[in-house]
Design a protein around this ligand. Sequence first.
Ligand SMILES: [Zn+2]
Ligand SMILES: [Zn+2]
Length: 412
Amino acid sequence: MKITIHRGTHQIGGCVTEYEHNGWRLFVDYGEELPGGPKTGDLQVEGLTYGDLSKSALLITHYHNDHIGNITKLPNGLPIYMGKVSREIQLILSDHLKSVCPAHKDMANLLQNAQTFEAGKNFTFGSFKIKPLTVDHSAFDAYAFRIEADGVIVYHTGDFRLHGFRSGRFFDMIEKYVGKVDYVVCEATNIMRKSAASKSESALQNDFVSLFKENKYTVVYLSSTNIDRMFAIYRAALAVGRPFYVDSYQKEIMDVIVKSKSMWTNSDLFKYGKYEPIPLMSQRGQFLVNDSFKEVLGKGYVIAVRSIEKFDKFLEQIPGEKVKVLSMWDGYVKEGTAAYKENLDNSLDGNYVYMHTSGHIDMEDLRQLFQILQPKAIIPIHTDSPEMFVKQFGDEWHVVSLNDGQSVSLTE
Ligand SMILES: [Zn+2]
Ligand SMILES: [Zn+2]
């Protein structure tokens, strides 16, 4: 088996990995590069962007744009596999964005034909045996893959973490469904962000409970597709009796989760309690704010918001001395970073409480994973510093740091 990292050896975003065996090609992810980061431009990859696609397939780890965002640029007819709930969420997201971004219309059409896989259930493509494994990440229904061909076993981590609500049985799952492998293709987002993952998602939820208890009026800026965070905040609001408001788009996403028959949604976290999230009413593209609604809001609220004009205007009209919370990575509001979001920076106006924990694995947790997998070699991707990864893990493990487009043969 041969592996080629077409992109993502030196950047967090736009990762594209290829596994090749006997003419069969299995690609993992085809995402967009981060908006302000390094740009390699459109890729030219045989068997993916051009040439014979009859022995090619694409696996999508999860719906984040840096993993799925460029699939509409691929030729028609390439088989695409992804998780079922992940696909549903992407469809809602694309439907929501298609009027402002035409590529999302193509995305929605394309995903109609995407095939879905199930956690823990093997499937084959050509000479590859693939086992998808559900992992905890800031995207719901995210996957790692155990990929096997010609006696060689690779664990492709995808984006994941061990400090989330759904990571409690991660090592059991690895022992039961993966075991020892020959290679690990590993995300290393946090190699340069040492404190990003220091808090667990449940400790963060407790912080929200305290915040909502002490403050009557809170607005939280978060990603609508960060499902665990959305439900954590909703349940925290519920616990202290604050009504939780969302817009119809966010409600639609939450409904999908509540109704989904995923193995996670047996948990109370992903169920609606006595009071459901309340969708804000819209009229002619604006949220409706009349006197009776203002009176209701005056009793207290937690509102999930986004940095768009519609929400900015809404917040100006409603009563209450609001506490603004940033519940996303604060790199988004630091000018000069690859991911800087001017709108968000403007909406927060420097006046906010930062309550967040990373969607990505902490390096100490990673060490534990390698102990179980016992790989012959580790290939870091989805990182801005493979050099630092070598420094951190090279004493204990054989780390193969590649450049974009470089291939290596994987042997038993
Ligand atoms: Zn991700
Ligand atoms: Zn990612």
